[in-house]
Design a binder for this molecule. Structure first.
Ligand SMILES: C[S@@+](CC[C@H](N)C(=O)[O-])C[C@H]1O[C@@H](n2cnc3c(N)ncnc32)[C@H](O)[C@@H]1O
Length: 337
């Protein structure tokens, strides 16, 4: 790293905030496929004209707009990811990032106290926050194609019953049920999230194949028995001990020969690599009671203690920045219940 890299790191909030504000102001949506002058964009969004021109110039400098003869238009990248309705639209995730701004502003305080800087409620108390959170998950997973890539990494031939724990917008079970006609899914999630999950499942026309169960996996029993249990971006929100217990509880719901698939930012033994996991742990410090990213050896230990076997890690390709850790229950073992 040199001087320029360091200064870019130290001032990275400037670029982030420009992108977030542009999405919040709906600048990209307004421009559509037209080349427009600053005054016209300011007029249609009811913004102050001089400030708007400064913003548009900054977005051009960042490569998110093109400027020719005082007219601004979308670049290929912004048309693909920042225009609402585009298949790769990332606006939901960027709005969620913007909503976390005040949390990151309190990082210094959190390192001193070791405590979250907002209610550690998984965005359940305020319906607007729940919607922003769940829309973010949907937008990120769809933009990157996580569900399709995850599906390719596992053999679904013998999977008939899937449990998705903490499914959020149901992006994975919807994609999997669309791909595998013999698959049925159960989603277990918190009540405020589940009210939104229901809309995603209904819009996909899959209400008859995806069952929704409301509850808190820390305290409530999950009914049923399953061929595959999936946990995507769940373990990083919980303490070591909660994850350890959850793995035992979930493995008791597996049919003989069934598998648990954990998808997350899995750290290596240094706990500082890959960087996305090391940085994401700080977001969990800011927003959860005791979450962080975990290393492969920690997840493996929970799985072994839960009696699972054939544990393997699959690092998913960029830009997913995630790994799968998959473990199976012995084929001949019957559930104790
Ligand atoms: C980060 S989101 C992940 C959503 C989805 N699995 C994905 O990867 O896109 C975490 C999800 O877990 C749910 N969740 C968090 N704590 C939970 C709990 N104690 N019991 C049930 N669901 C929970 C949240 O409501 C949310 O839907």
């Amino acid at each position: 790293m040199d001087y320029s890299d360091l200064m870019k790191l130290a001032g990275g909030h400037v670029e982030a905030r420009i992108v977030q504000a542009a999405v919040e102001l709906e600048i990209f949506e307004t421009m559509g496929s037209h080349a427009l002058e600053a005054a016209s964009i300011a007029g249609s969004l009811d913004l102050e004209p001089r400030a708007t021109e400064l913003m548009l110039n900054a977005l051009t400098a960042l490569g998110l707009l093109r400027k020719r003869e005082n007219r601004f238009s979308l670049t290929d990248l912004s048309a693909r990811y920042l225009k609402r309705g585009a298949p790769g639209y990332l606006g939901g995730m960027i709005r969620f990032e913007a909503s976390l701004w005040h949390c990151w502003a309190s990082l210094t305080e959190a390192i001193r106290s070791g405590r979250p800087v907002r209610p550690a409620d998984m965005y359940q108390e305020n319906p607007t926050e729940t919607a922003i959170f769940i829309d973010a998950m949907d937008s990120l997973v769809k933009a990157r194609g996580d569900a399709e890539i995850m599906a390719d990494a596992f053999d679904w031939d013998n999977a008939h019953e899937l449990l998705d724990v903490g499914s959020g917008p149901a992006t994975y079970p919807i994609s999997l049920c669309q791909r595998f006609s013999n698959l049925r899914a159960t989603i277990f999630d918190l009540p405020a999230t589940l009210a939104l999950t229901e809309c995603y499942v209904r819009e996909a026309g899959l209400s008859s194949r995806i069952r929704l169960i409301s509850g808190d996996y820390r305290v409530d029993e999950i009914p049923g028995s399953y061929d595959v249990i999936f946990l995507s971006n769940i373990i990083h929100g919980e303490s070591f001990e909660v994850n350890q217990r959850l793995m035992v509880d979930l493995s008791s719901l597996l049919k003989p020969g069934g598998s648990i698939i954990v998808k997350d930012h899995i750290l290596d033994s240094t706990r500082a690599n890959p960087p996305v996991g090391a940085l994401f742990s700080l977001l969990m410090l800011l927003t959860t009671a005791a979450g962080r990213c975990y290393a492969a050896d920690e997840v493996t230990a929970w799985m072994l203690a839960a009696g699972l076997m054939h544990i393997r890690q699959i690092d998913l390709p960029a830009p997913l920045n995630s790994s799968l850790i998959i473990a199976s229950k012995e084929a001949g073992v019957k559930n104790s219940c």
